[in-house]
Design a protein around this ligand. Structure first.
Ligand code: GLC
Length: 421
């Protein structure tokens, strides 16, 4: 993980180039993570090989039976599009070491074994067909390659393993046309970017893919931070993307339906990332045959109904709602320039109150249509009137009001209720 801010000692040219490359990404907000590999067949988490100490030779047999239905990546991409996601990131090689593409570095891959098809090629084609940006997850850690752990103690093994890593990443960056994101993961066991030769790796990736975005998991900060299973904004100026599982496991694991995030929960995550100028990369773990678990289909379809109505609030350039309270009663805020958005998590009925606003309100509108609402601004609260009795968002019960202030909106809510506080 990044220890220092990315821009610490970067030249203005590098910073400007990053802004250019990252434009689409900072506006995309919502992406789909896909964890798919041999482990998907077992349904016991993608760390199953390690956690259950399955011997390499025994685990390798899973490659024979791995046979996702052709067209599975199209199902993922179709669902991502429907949910309002703008990009995808798929595990081309997870910690298990099995490559989902036609590698020349190893025959432990999906073309030489199992389905005898290039799953990465199918995935890239699916992203393109549905107009989604295309990202490659790549695990540096490798439990299958004999040098994958030896490399920490044996310099010759390190040399071989770095060359192997370089070769694999080079194939990924060379053979599939334009790739938008290189998403590294777990850099165990080598302890430094020098040992991994990360700078060399990333220079090669950028030479082959000049627009590519690279995450912070090759032990270099690169373009964006990757909080995992929590949504915490990076400091302003640093891009970040929260990656979240749907049900506590990245790889497929059958769980009771209530273990999967509800559509409403996903929308609350979208509020959190939007207010912090970050992205949400939400995972699906396809089943062994490549199909998407029904809970994810159902919930993402509902999320899609919401993004179809309120998407303008999350996509595009957003700002942090500084000066406005994170916990403001029945809802909370996001912002885009002069427009402030109040996401109503608990619909109060015909009148809605927001306390502690210190700035004059110019207008209040109900999205998505934007009809103007009557309001009364008292010294200590804003009363919005004439709202529909029933919550107007039928998908997840999170409608949004657009509020314009005369100037930068400010809200002060202390624990006391006395006048002036
Ligand atoms: C972790 C896990 C891994 C998962 C990843 C996603 O680092 O090791 O299984 O792929 O997070 O962020």
């Amino acid at each position: 993980m990044a220890k220092k801010p990315a821009q610490a000692k970067e030249s203005p040219e590098i910073v400007a180039d990053r802004l250019r490359r990252m434009k689409w990404w900072t506006e995309a907000r919502f992406g789909m993570f896909v964890h798919f590999g041999l482990y998907s067949q077992l349904g016991r988490h993608e760390w199953v090989m390690n956690r259950e100490r399955i011997p390499v030779k025994e685990y390798e047999k899973l490659a024979r039976t791995f046979n996702p239905r052709p067209g599975s990546p199209r199902e993922w991409a179709r669902l991502a599009k429907k949910a309002g996601m703008k990009y995808m990131v798929m595990t081309t090689k997870h910690h298990e070491g099995f490559c989902l593409w036609d590698s020349k570095q190893t025959d432990y891959n999906a073309v030489k074994r199992g389905p005898h098809r290039d799953i990465v090629a199918e995935y890239v084609a699916a992203c393109r067909e549905f107009g989604l940006k295309c990202g490659f997850y790549y695990s540096l850690m490798d439990w299958h390659h004999p040098d994958g752990h030896r490399c920490v103690k044996d310099e010759k093994a390190r040399r071989r393993f770095c060359d192997y890593t370089y070769g694999l990443v080079q194939e990924l960056m060379s053979n599939y046309g334009k790739i938008d994101i290189l998403w590294y993961d777990v850099s165990w066991p080598l302890q430094s970017p020098e040992k991994w030769e990360s700078a060399k790796l990333n220079t090669m990736a950028r030479r082959l893919q000049p627009d590519i975005l690279i995450n912070d998991r090759s032990q270099l900060p690169e373009d964006f931070g990757t909080p995992e299973e929590h949504i915490s904004a990076a400091q302003a100026g640093r891009s970040w993307e929260a990656c979240m599982t749907f049900n506590g496991s990245w790889g497929w694991r059958p769980t009771p339906p209530e273990d999967s995030h509800s559509a409403r929960k996903v929308v609350t995550m979208l509020q959190q990332v939007t207010s912090g100028q970050g992205n949400l990369l939400l995972n699906i773990g396809p089943k062994p045959d490549g199909s998407v678990p029904p809970e994810a289909i159902e919930r993402l379809t509902t999320v899609g109904k919401w993004t179809a109505k309120y998407g303008d609030v999350i996509y595009g350039k957003v700002d942090r709602p500084e000066g406005l309270e994170g916990w403001a009663g029945c809802g909370t805020w996001t912002r885009k320039g002069k427009d402030c958005f109040f996401w109503v998590f608990n619909w109060p009925g015909e009148t809605l109150a927001i306390g502690g606003l210190r700035t004059k309100v110019k207008s209040v509108q109900l999205l998505p249509e934007g009809q103007s609402l009557r309001f009364k601004q008292e010294p200590r609260r804003l009363l919005v009137k004439g709202l529909p009795k029933a919550c107007p968002d039928k998908a997840v019960q999170i409608p949004i009001l657009k509020i314009n202030f005369a100037g930068k909106g400010r809200q002060v809510l202390s624990a006391g209720v006395c006048d002036g506080f």
